[in-house]
Design a protein around this ligand. Structure first.
Ligand SMILES: CC(=O)SCCNC(=O)CCNC(=O)[C@H](O)C(C)(C)COP(=O)(O)OP(=O)(O)OC[C@H]1O[C@@H](n2cnc3c(N)ncnc32)[C@H](O)[C@@H]1OP(=O)(O)O
Ligand SMILES: CC(=O)C(=O)O
Length: 539
């Protein structure tokens, strides 16, 4: 299992983030300047060295971002970078409005995109090889003369290299002669595989001795691997984006790149204290981008260290590193054990421990819980996301005949009625016995489940005042058609909150209301137990 090394950080290796430029090219993302400022602050917290903020002069939002950044952004680790292209063909660099906008952004660093594939020079730019080289040379020299540090993104470098390798090298030479610091080899179409990237990067460094960077698009799902292969071959500057956002299939996921570099390749490319921020920052940026976090994302996803198979759990019980490639807390993540029909004894013990219950000396109870979980899952239940129902099951097996009964539900009735004008109101009546008393309550709700929830809590709150604080937070229904015998089975998951924490319970039945009622009863019992309130025997 890898851990973080402690080598010092310096300019010899660059982590260059392009979430706000290439990441913004992802379909569906549309940042405001305020969003961009918030994302930049978050990226600084993971310790990247450079944050490419966008293309000033081309996008009004980006122009606003750079203007506001001067007053509103105070970065601890990163330098801000303005992105733009080399001067237009046939235009003097001093007269090029886009180049002027790069200077107006007032960033210490500028990243220029340049053509490095001859086919793009002739077919896309519609100019000559020499004019393209002059565009690179002039623009780099001009910006360097104005006090900027310049990196050059060589667009389509790898495709161009296969076609005419000398021309790509000439583009790099033009840039370095004019004062560029890094030549970034771009796999713009994302078609490369790691073996090819390693070979080209090694050759370019051997031929030129220049400082080389890597920018990988993810069209072959190899962007992270391509980036790491480039580093292995000698690249000392890597580009990527938060969560891999980017044009088409995306960019190299910078969090996986950082994770790989630090924990697998022993390169301390971000300050040591920042590595543990990866999960928090990844999720916060997803929130701003308005994209649901990918739970299976390597390193930072909620499932990245979640274990379902019983065999895995049995080895993890002995030593977590046997089934984890990394200690999860290094990147700010947690290991989780999932309890499902794939669980064995070790899964149950580990999950119970996660919930604060020590089953070490309870082998019989563990065996009973394993059997009950398998039996209930086989008939449609799912404990994977319903920790509270699982905890109740474990406690009831431990307590056996001494298990407390908080109330008895004698019966319930639920009605839904359409009123004149179209409003639909649901009403539930419950009959419960608690503390020797029979209580009948009726409540209304905007649906049958909320009416039932209200009626139950109304009936019980006098006896268990803590229930007044509970609220139904979410409700999910799934029909498990035909898998469990002849009838369809309904599985209901209910999230309940007491406004400090949230728990999930599950109920299964052919009838959706009964399935909901079972999940509600678990939710109430869990809430009462959680508050440490003793049971008042029904009668
Ligand atoms: C690989 C990448 O992802 S690089 C980043 C790409 N990002 C973007 O394109 C987003 C922002 N882009 C824009 O807002 C617009 O495209 C602008 C403002 C840059 C240009 O807009 P327009 O002037 O209307 O031109 P248009 O987008 O149609 O075409 C691009 C022009 O830039 C030229 N160009 C392309 N690459 C370069 C380059 N490296 N150096 C100089 N000129 C270039 C093209 O030849 C074309 O010129 P033309 O107008 O004479 O045909
Ligand atoms: C520069 C860039 O985004 C690319 O070549 O893909």
């Amino acid at each position: 299992m890898s851990t973080a090394p402690t080598a010092p950080l310096d300019d010899s290796f660059h982590v260059f983030d392009t979430t706000l430029r290439d990441g913004g090219q992802r379909e569906g993302i549309s940042y405001s300047a305020t969003d961009k400022l918030a994302v930049a602050r978050l990226l600084d917290e993971v310790g990247v060295g450079f944050i490419e903020g966008g293309w000033p002069g081309a996008l009004p939002t980006d122009t606003e971002f750079f203007a506001r950044a001067r007053d509103e952004l105070s970065l601890k680790h990163a330098q801000l970078v303005a992105f733009g292209s080399t001067r237009r063909a046939g235009v003097r660099v001093q007269d090029d409005k886009q180049v002027a906008a790069l200077l107006e952004a007032q960033t210490p660093v500028v990243c220029l995109v340049a053509k490095s594939d001859v086919r793009h020079v002739t077919d896309a730019l519609r100019t000559t090889y020499e004019e393209n080289l002059a565009m690179v040379r002039d623009t780099v020299a001009y910006l360097v003369g104005e006090g900027r540090r310049v990196f050059l993104d060589c667009e389509h470098f790898f495709d161009g290299y296969e076609h005419d390798r000398d021309y790509g090298i000439r583009v790099l030479e033009a840039a370095f002669e004019a004062g560029a610091d890094v030549g970034v080899l771009c796999d713009t179409n994302g078609g490369m595989l790691p073996m090819g990237v390693g070979r080209v990067v090694s050759e370019v460094i051997a031929r030129t001795g220049f400082r080389v960077g890597m920018h990988a698009q993810d069209d072959t799902a190899c962007a992270v691997a391509n980036t790491l292969a480039a580093v292995e071959a000698g690249a000392t500057h890597v580009q990527g984006t938060a969560n891999g956002y980017g044009e088409r299939a995306g960019n190299a996921d910078l969090f996986a790149v950082i994770g790989g570099l630090v924990t697998k390749m022993n390169r301390q490319v971000v300050p040591e204290e920042c590595l543990g921020e990866l999960v928090r920052v990844s999720h916060a940026i997803a929130e701003i981008a308005n994209i649901a976090p990918d739970t299976h994302q390597p390193y930072v996803g909620a499932s990245a260290f979640a274990h379902k198979a019983g065999l895995h759990a049995s080895a993890i019980k002995v030593a977590p590193e046997l089934y984890n490639h990394l200690e999860p807390s290094v990147v700010g993540n947690d290991m989780r054990i999932l309890v499902t029909e794939m669980a064995g004894r070790a899964s149950i013990e580990l999950k119970a421990r996660e919930l604060g219950i020590d089953l070490t000396d309870e082998p019989d109870a563990v065996g009973r819980v394993v059997s009950r979980v398998k039996e209930l899952e086989a008939s449609g239940s799912s404990f994977e996301a319903a920790d509270a129902s699982f905890e109740l099951l474990v406690r009831s097996e431990l307590e056996g005949d001494a298990a407390p009964l908080f109330f008895r539900l004698e019966s319930y009735r639920v009605l839904s009625e359409q009123h004149e004008g179209g409003a639909v109101v649901s009403e539930a009546t419950v009959k419960v016995t608690v503390d020797g008393e029979r209580v009948i309550c009726t409540a209304e709700g905007n649906g049958p489940v909320s009416a039932l929830d209200r009626a139950l809590r109304q009936a019980l709150t006098r006896f268990y005042p803590t229930l007044a604080d509970l609220e139904l937070a979410d409700y999910k229904v799934r029909i498990l058609d035909g898998r469990y015998g002849t009838d369809a089975v309904t599985r209901v998951l209910i999230d309940t909150t007491d406004h400090t924490t949230e728990w999930t319970t599950v109920g299964v039945h052919e009838n959706v209301i009964e399935a909901s009622c079972r999940a509600l009863i678990d939710a109430i019992e869990y809430g009462v137990r959680r508050a440490g309130v003793p049971a008042l025997a029904p009668s």
